[in-house]
Every structure is written in structure tokens, then in C-alpha cells.
Design a protein. Structure first.
Length: 97
């Protein structure tokens, strides 16, 4: 298989590419080591929790980056106040007409 080079633009992209490659290798190893007739079950048993962990890491890294960016700006309101000021959470009459 030809080698490929990936260029990431953010730490989040780098994390996800690295984790996806590790997951691919783990799935291949699991498939190679599974007994006949058990490949699908073994790969699924490996893939589902690993994909959840990958998604958790992506969400965590994204939120940490966002929080760091807000702190760097010195935004005293933060994102919590934005939610309370959104149209969906303000006291509005039930009848729009």
C-alpha cells in the first residue's frame, strides 16, 4: 500500500488523524486474529467502544480549544451567558401574534 502524508491544520485535526490511524490498526489486528465466522462480531466489539472514545476525545479537545480561545480573548461573559440571552430562553409571550 502506498504511503500517504497528511497535513493537519489544527491540534484537533492532528489528534483525530492520529487516533483514527490507531483505530484502523487495532481493527485490522482484531480482524486478523479473529477465528473464522467471528470476524464481524470481534471487529464490531472493538470498533463501537473505540469509536465512542474517539468521539469523546474529539468533543473534549474541541471544548478545551474553545474555552482557551474565550479565555485568551478575555471575554468576561463566557458562553454560559450566551445561552441565557438566546431567543429560545428569554421570557417571551406564548402567542406570537
Amino acid at each position: 500500500m502506498p504511503r500517504r502524508t497528511f497535513h493537519t491544520q489544527t491540534p484537533l485535526e492532528a489528534l483525530l488523524v492520529e487516533q483514527a490511524l490507531l483505530l484502523a490498526r487495532q481493527l485490522q489486528k482484531t480482524a486478523d486474529n479473529a477465528s473464522d465466522g467471528q470476524v464481524l462480531a470481534a471487529v464490531e466489539a472493538t470498533a463501537v467502544p473505540a469509536a465512542r472514545e474517539l468521539a469523546r476525545k474529539a468533543v473534549e479537545a474541541t471544548l478545551q480549544h474553545q474555552a482557551h480561545a474565550v479565555e485568551k480573548k478575555g471575554d468576561p461573559t463566557g458562553s454560559a451567558n450566551s445561552a441565557t440571552n438566546s431567543p429560545a430562553t428569554r421570557d417571551t409571550p406564548n402567542d406570537p401574534s
